[in-house]
Design a protein around this ligand. Structure first.
Ligand code: HEM
Length: 520
């Protein structure tokens, strides 16, 4: 807590502290409004302090574990952390998350107000940040219409096969290769951009924007998010540095959205555009296509890299870690893949025909979901659950990690990687169980779910067909146990850095990799 206070002190200038003083009265009002008000009692939670509530109780490390423990201590599926302004409600059980975020999703599909990113940077073309409403519904419809998964299967196959070839040449560091595969796939399917290396300028543009956004969404990064009135602070006065930051971020956001789309327009004009979502839309555009539709499609395709790259990379890195840790599971999966494919690389005709691989995809997402805690959902009206009051405007999150670790749903030892928990006794996929919670809930559930699962399926099956994954060994050849301490902070579940090697399973699989990569 001392560290946090010191951190806050240095982060905020004197002007900021003056503003803090001025708004204290407003906070007292807000805390009362959102506290134990006339409409009922909030779900239980740690006691907290007057006015600032539980600000300093929000765990800096492994928040999902602490929230789960509090849920057990307070014997409640939902816990509350009181904050200045709207409270944070954490849903620790599948039952509460299903009831509120799915069954009552007409109420629980808003996002909390994000003044810096949405109102100053104007990055709310990013679906994950967009408030719920007609504009949001139209954008989701557009996503479903234009991001048509089967249409981009050839790009998925090509990106995976190039990845196999890159892995052949890899020494110990597979992370950048996995990242390049995802970037290749997204830029090829979105815009028809061929990416040669991780230094590709279009990858760099999106990565820079993503890094800046994740800084901007960190707790306490911008005072204007806690005190929206500051958005009217004159740029000429001291303390308005955040406005310059907003202008810089807006330029980055605009570049990430518009530059790749402009590339496709240029290629179309030259007659060299490749098959992609952008090409398909631009080719069918008419003279009278409204500007709003063109901007909408540009934004939707722009969402793919921003929302889909990191998450898919993290899931694939988890798969590699799980294979390095569990050689017997890897061996079994390879035997099943060999029997199903009969001596070739997979294609999408094989999709859904190998239950063990579907189970592996599920277990990878369940064991270490890329987002341990969902993006916040905001109720647009007051509500009640199990006798507790949930005020309009609260910040409601699902504890995805805790829900996916529930032994009642997923069987014993949920901290262990075991794909068989998704299979029936006869080896079929258990249709009543999946790890889709990793993609969130209700009307805000990840619209890239099917695309992500297909890419994961293709990559996992192809890697198993061609490589043995070994963890690094010590000087005596004894395998080192990779560290499985996932990153304790932030919104994403970062696997630890670990070394492993990808060894072609035979001279024949090496030949496939070389031949197929050139065809792709
Ligand atoms: C394994 C990979 C992925 C995982 C685990 C994942 C997970 C998630 C989660 C948990 C959410 C928040 C849902 C909620 O608020 O309840 C989300 C939102 C979103 N995801 Fe994904 N995602 C993945 C890949 C992708 C891909 C490949 C794309 C794009 C092609 C994508 C596009 C989006 C978008 C646009 C949103 C915002 C949706 C909204 O707010 O309405 N995701 N994702």
């Amino acid at each position: 807590m001392v560290n946090l206070l010191t951190d806050l002190f240095y982060r905020f200038s004197l002007v900021h502290w003056a503003v803090v003083g001025l708004v204290t009265f407003a906070l007292i009002y807000l805390t009362k409004a959102f506290g134990k008000g006339h409409a009922g009692t909030l779900p239980p939670g740690p006691r907290g302090w007057p006015i600032i509530g539980n600000v300093f109780d929000i765990p800096a490390e492994y928040p999902w574990k602490v929230y789960r423990r509090w849920g057990q201590e307070f014997d409640s599926e939902i816990i509350t952390l009181k904050l200045p302004g709207p409270p944070l409600l954490v849903l620790n059980s599948a039952k509460a998350a299903d009831e509120l975020l799915i069954k009552r999703s007409a109420i629980y599909s808003d996002r909390p107000r994000m003044v810096m990113l949405n109102e100053l940077v104007r990055a709310d073309w990013n679906l994950a940040l967009m408030p719920y409403g007609e504009r949001f519904k139209a954008a989701r419809k557009m996503f479903n219409k234009h991001i048509d998964v089967p249409y981009c299967r050839p790009q998925a196959v090509a990106a995976v096969r190039k990845c196999l070839k890159d892995l052949l040449a890899a020494t110990k560091h597979h992370d950048p290769i996995i990242r390049l595969m995802t970037g290749r796939f997204i830029l090829a399917s979105g815009y028809g951009i061929d990416v040669d290396s991780a230094d590709d300028p279009y990858i760099e543009i999106s990565e820079t924007f993503i890094k800046s956004i994740s800084h901007a969404t960190q707790r306490g990064a911008f005072l204007v998010d806690a005190f929206p009135i500051l958005k009217y602070w004159p740029s000429s006065l001291p303390g308005a540095g955040f406005k310059q930051v907003a202008a810089r971020l807006r330029k980055l956001a605009d570049d990430a959205r518009t530059l790749p789309f402009k590339f496709t327009q240029g290629e179309l004009a030259k007659g060299t555009a490749k098959r992609s979502f952008a090409t398909r839309f631009l080719e069918t555009m008419r003279e009278d296509t409204p500007r709003s539709e063109i901007d909408g499609v540009e934004a939707i395709i722009g969402n793919m890299y921003i929302a889909g790259a990191d998450t898919t990379v993290l899931a694939m890195r988890t798969f590699v870690l799980a294979m390095a840790l569990n050689p017997s599971i890897q061996k079994k999966a390879q035997q099943i893949v060999d029997a199903a494919l009969g001596g070739r690389l997979p294609d999408f005709n094989d999709f859904g025909t190998i239950p063990y691989i579907d189970a592996l995809v599920n277990e990878t997402l369940r064991w270490k979901p890329p987002l341990p805690i969902s993006i916040p959902h905001g109720p647009i009206e007051d509500d009640h659950y199990n006798g507790f009051f949930i005020p309009k405007g609260s910040i409601v999150v699902a504890n995805i990690c805790a829900i996916l670790q529930d032994e009642e749903a997923y069987g014993p030892d949920t901290d262990l990687f075991n794909p068989e928990r998704f299979l029936t006794q006869t080896g079929e996929l258990n249709k009543n169980l999946n790890a889709d919670v990793a993609f969130g809930y209700g009307r805000r559930q990840c619209p890239g779910k099917v695309m992500a699962k297909e890419l994961m399926w293709m990559a996992i099956t192809s890697i198993l067909a061609t490589f043995d994954i070994h963890s690094a060994a010590d000087e005596h050849g004894v395998p080192l146990k990779p560290n499985i301490d996932y990153g304790p902070i932030g919104n994403l579940n970062y696997p630890p850095h670990f070394e492993c090697s990808f060894v072609p399973r035979s001279s024949q699989t090496r030949t496939w990799i070389e031949d197929y990569a050139d065809e792709a």
